[in-house]
Design a binder for this molecule. Structure first.
Ligand code: PLP
Length: 474
């Protein structure tokens, strides 16, 4: 071994942020050799509704819901109360050979939200593990059905499905994937329906039709080897909030039916009301009710399902999926498990989250909040350096002209917004907000003003492009 390299951070500094830099290996963060280049993490002491409060008492509006997980604010009184009660009843028990009320009730309620089209709730802890479960189940289903050649997957250009080795295989975001390419079984990547690709005479629906054409060409060729297509319905989050026409979903469902390929809907980010409906898939038919046969074969949920409190993920599937696993033969069984599968505290937080959706009529009230959000961003939308302004429910995004943005736009915007009391992390040149569902018109307007001022300040001092910036730099 060579000499250990000291971790670059301010040596004698005893602030929480500096101690964190020495003791914690932070996710999705570069460790630069120049200590001064390593921005200390924001040390958060507490949370209060949409606000995060740092160790100096400064408040930040959590405009991206703490990486898209928080729904009803931090330290939400009703989720807190439900968790305290669960904590005093049962903190955890294994879910193989045992069961408990929170896991059963949550499974029943999620199935009911699909009108029974999906069920068989399979629990895990993180989004990536839910994706791995769906991939394994799909492959294993075909094997149990005698179609052992079906072992390939299809994903969309710039799709993101998590960062474990299996999930990376269906993830097309270079900065997360490229280093590990030798470890993964790369999926087929087909055209994304991202509406920003529209040519002069094309609508978003035309782009979706073009993308479906490419998908069909692949399926016609290789459906015998393909187990499943995986998509992020309506919004490709990590691609930079790429939004697309809902007709793609119905079209993809029809193609998957025709060519006998499973469809996996990754609703880890877009589920739980972010796009306006509880499941994004509910918009697949342009607002008309989705009949049972038109749901995906698998639907993955995580992130917001616990209100942003605890790690929990769930894979729902169609009834016929589970039928293929009914056998005495152990090799035909789905023996996958995680130690914390179906943790009662996490399930209880999810039940409290579903309770809030019902008691507070959240989806109906979010329609109004979505309007406030769009109106509040009008000042940014009107800026000539801003293009592709888009919104789907509670997700608003726009692209900043690359030349105007300059180098390191995302990092510079993040820091400048922090000064103004807003926590945001642009993706490349895409500025987006995805706030928790706890703001009124006045707070939305305040947010819009802070972001507009931040944008003006950041664009007034652009950094020249030293080299080409990674498109998806987080
Ligand atoms: C965040 C995310 C994942 C991965 O979830 P983790 O809990 O971070 O593993 C997968 N798919 C999508 C669409 C996501 O946004």
């Amino acid at each position: 071994m060579t000499h250990p390299v000291p971790i670059p951070s301010a040596g004698g500094d005893t602030t929480l942020a500096a101690r964190s830099q020495r003791a914690v290996w932070h996710p999705c963060t570069r460790l630069r050799p120049d200590a001064a280049a390593n921005e200390p993490p924001l040390a958060i002491a507490s949370g209060d509704g949409p606000w995060l409060i740092d160790t100096d008492g400064k408040r930040y509006f959590d405009a991206i819901s703490s990486w898209w997980v928080n729904l009803f604010g931090h330290a939400n009184p009703s989720i807190n109360a439900a968790l305290v009660q669960q904590l005093q009843t049962l903190e955890h028990v294994m879910l193989a050979g045992c069961t408990h009320a929170p896991a059963v009730e949550l499974a029943e309620r999620l199935s009911a939200l699909t009108q029974g089209a999906l069920g068989n709730a399979f629990y895990a802890s993180d989004g990536a593990s839910a994706v791995e479960i769906a991939l394994k189940m799909s492959f294993h289903f075909w094997r149990n059905t005698g179609l052992t050649a079906k072992r390939e997957f299809v994903c969309l250009r710039h799709g993101y499905h998590g960062e474990t080795v299996g999930a990376l295989a269906v993830t097309d975001v270079e900065i997360f994937r490229d280093a590990y390419d030798p470890l993964t079984r790369r999926a087929h990547v087909v055209m994304s329906p991202d509406a920003r690709q529209a040519r002069a005479d094309e609508s978003a629906a035309d782009v979706a039709a073009r993308a479906l054409g490419e998908l069909e060409a692949l399926l016609r060729e290789r459906a015998g080897q393909i187990a499943a297509l995986i998509v992020e319905p309506l919004v490709q989050g990590a691609a930079g909030m790429a939004m697309y026409d809902p007709s793609y979903l119905e079209g993809a469902r029809a193609l998957c039916d025709r060519y006998r390929v499973h469809l996996i809907a990754d609703e880890i980010a877009v589920g739980c009301g972010r796009t306006g409906t509880f499941f994004a898939w509910e918009q697949a038919r342009g607002g008309a009710a989705v009949p049972a046969h038109a749901w995906p074969d698998f639907l993955c949920l995580s992130k917001g399902i616990t209100g942003g409190y605890l790690p929990l993920s769930i894979v729902l599937s169609r009834p016929e999926i589970q039928h293929a696993f009914v056998a005495d033969d152990v090799a035909r069984s789905f023996l996958h498990s995680h130690s914390y599968t179906g943790n009662p505290l996490a399930c209880r937080a999810a039940l409290a989250t579903l309770d809030l959706f019902e008691s507070d009529h959240v989806l109906a009230r979010n329609a109004e909040r979505a309007r406030w959000l769009g109106d509040a961003m009008a000042g940014i939308a009107a800026d000539p350096r801003v293009t592709h302004v888009r919104q789907r429910g509670m997700i608003w995004a726009a692209d900043i002209d690359a030349a105007a943005a300059g180098a390191d736009f995302a990092a510079r915007f993040h820091l400048a917004a922090r000064e103004r009391g807003v926590l945001v992390r642009p993706i490349g040149h895409t500025l987006y907000v995805m706030p928790p569902y706890v703001f009124d018109a006045a707070l939305a307007n305040w947010l819009g003003e802070q972001l507009r001022d931040t944008l003006h300040a950041v664009l007034a001092h652009p950094h020249p492009h030293p080299q080409q910036e990674a498109r998806h730099a987080a």
